[in-house]
Design a protein around this ligand. Structure first.
Ligand code: PBG
Ligand code: ZN
Length: 321
């Protein structure tokens, strides 16, 4: 006798009853890109449906998100002026600080996470302060300004900070900086396992953050490395992260599962710009059933072990849920 698996597949209600993994609107964090100015809303060619927006447009966008049942966002600021240390990110009147304040004032019910990094703010496009020879990013000098950046976000009213620069020691330095300033209840979502990926290409168009020389391989991880990915996550958990993250998502499903099994914190995945752009291109060329492929992809992240999904698909997916 063989086993009758199909017995549980014949009835739609029964299929629902035995379904192991489900997507929910509450799983999603939606990324937003903010530029200075007014009435500004510019679509990104490689990412249809994703815009750079001025703060007034972002406030309207929050209304749209709430109508869809989406309350969690992650903010990326694009400053008017960039310099060698990313000063705009360290200023309480800078683009990101003003945005956080404006959003929390108009939409106190939104949950506002912020990306903590310098690549959008530096003129060289790297994720921190360069070393003397201008060859790579100086880890410890960058940690110092990361602490300042965290306090700028915290004071402006951010609900969670998400450091994405892959400097060693980030989480312990930030936790201490926040605690010392009284922000003991502000959670840190660590981009704990972030690979040096070609999938970030379209994001760098939106965020205007391509490095002007070299690449990010001296701080982001080698896509070939599984043990190192687990070690990075375990270290961030030890240093006091509240949520861990794997990024990108689609080519790293094994890493999602590995990290889930080696750590006990909530786990986020970042379904990045290049992954979104690929599905959008296939949709435009009429090559796939876009809605179904999108939902299957997002469900796959959860099955792999993700608790939280940061995705540009959030609005489209929420509309289907
Ligand atoms: C900043 C940052 C990047 C992304 C999120 N935060 C880009 C990078 O590291 O170059 C990528 C997100 C995406 O591709 O959607 N460090
Ligand atoms: Zn960066």
């Amino acid at each position: 006798m063989f086993k009758r698996f199909r017995r549980l597949r014949l009835n739609a209600h029964l299929r629902d009853l035995v379904q192991e993994t489900r997507l929910a609107k509450e799983d999603f964090i939606y990324p937003l890109f903010i530029k200075s100015g007014k009435n500004y809303k510019k679509e990104i060619a490689s990412m249809p449906g994703v815009f750079q927006m001025s703060i007034d447009e972002i406030l309207k966008e929050c209304d749209t998100l709430k109508k869809l049942g989406l309350y969690s966002i992650i903010l990326f600021g694009i400053p008017e002026v960039k310099d060698s240390i990313g000063s705009d990110a360290l200023c309480e009147h800078g683009i990101i600080a003003s945005s956080i304040k404006a959003i929390k004032e108009a939409h106190p019910d939104m949950f506002v996470a912020t990306d903590l990094c310098f690549c959008e703010y530096t003129d060289h496009g790297h994720c921190g302060i360069l070393d003397m020879k201008h060859e790579t990013v100086n880890n410890d000098a960058t940690l110092k300004i990361l602490g300042q950046q965290a306090l700028i976000h915290a004071k402006a009213g951010a609900d969670m900070i998400a450091p994405s620069g892959m400097m060693d020691g980030t989480i312990s330095v930030l936790r201490k900086a926040l605690d010392d300033a009284g922000f003991i209840n502000l959670p840190i979502m660590a981009y704990s396992t972030k690979f040096a990926s070609a999938y970030y290409g379209p994001f760098r168009d939106v965020a205007e953050s391509s490095p002007s020389f070299g690449d990010r391989r001296s701080y982001q991880m080698n896509p070939a490395n599984r043990r190192e990915a687990i070690n990075e996550s375990i270290e961030d958990e030890k240093e006091g992260a509240d949520i861990l993250m794997i990024k990108p998502a689609l080519a790293y499903m094994d890493i999602i599962r590995d990290v889930k099994e080696h750590t006990s914190l909530p786990l986020a995945v970042y379904n990045v710009s290049g992954e979104y752009a690929m599905l959008k291109a296939a949709q435009k060329a009429d090559l796939i059933d876009y809605d179904r492929v999108m939902m299957e992809t997002l469900l796959g992240f959860k099955r792999a072990g993700a608790d939280i999904i940061i995705t540009y698909h959030a609005k489209e997916a929420a509309a289907l849920l």
